[in-house]
Design a protein. Sequence first.
Length: 295
Amino acid sequence: MCTVNMWFLRRRDALGVKEKVVLPMAKRWISGADLSAAMDDAKGANSRGMGVVVNFLGEEIMDPATADAQVEEYLRLQQALADGGVRGFASVKLTQLGMGADDEAMRRRFDRIMANAEKLSQLLWVDMEGSAFTEKTVAAYLDAHGRHPRLGVAIQAYARRSESDVNAILDQGGMVRLVKGAYREGPDFVFPTKPEINKNFEKLMASLFERGDGFAIATHDGALVERAKALAESSHAKFRFEFLKGIRDDLKGDLVKSGYVVSEYLPYGDRWWAYSKRRIREHPSNIWLILRSVL
């Protein structure tokens, strides 16, 4: 058998193992490979008192036809949320739409998704990506927010530049989803230790509660959640807690019972493997949580 055929067979077998063994475990973090799975999870989250933020997985797409297909999937996703009466909205990565390959085409694709969100009276979040795209993502957000005010963007607390970005966004009346950050970055771009990251997270939270509205606090760190609750006592700002699917379900339930607005982040799509690897790399202990859930 030729080398090419042997490679193909090994590749097929490896993908089969991933789908049969790893995908059931990864479903702790992701809804599945298709939109129907995401809608099932979204309705389930709604039934437990939570909203949802749904992301179609993908990033750093250079092929124009593939980027166009991403847009069509987001339009389907937004319509499915509306048709299903789901309390929630979509979140998109700009490199899915061609950022870094053709930024002008990316803007046109982005405008289609934003316009559809407005037509359906839905919010739209922009996910933050690695440091190579931070500057462009913030700039694209600030440009688009002037035309589409129901638009928010994720800001990573581990990034040294995030205080400046949060201030620029709040100056324009924008919305922030504050996260810790999950990409591997060097110490010139990020704070290298957990205490430094948490300190910056608290600092940025204070700014959001003082100046922001409609923002999201997205962390599984119990101490930071308690700090947010304390800040909320002296603030009239509307905000929500956001959590990844399958993480801290106990805390989500407690917050819902206490009257807080809580949303669950539901990714789906056939690019689930890269997302799962990042979740494990971010917190290696997560793999043991998953294994315990299926053994």
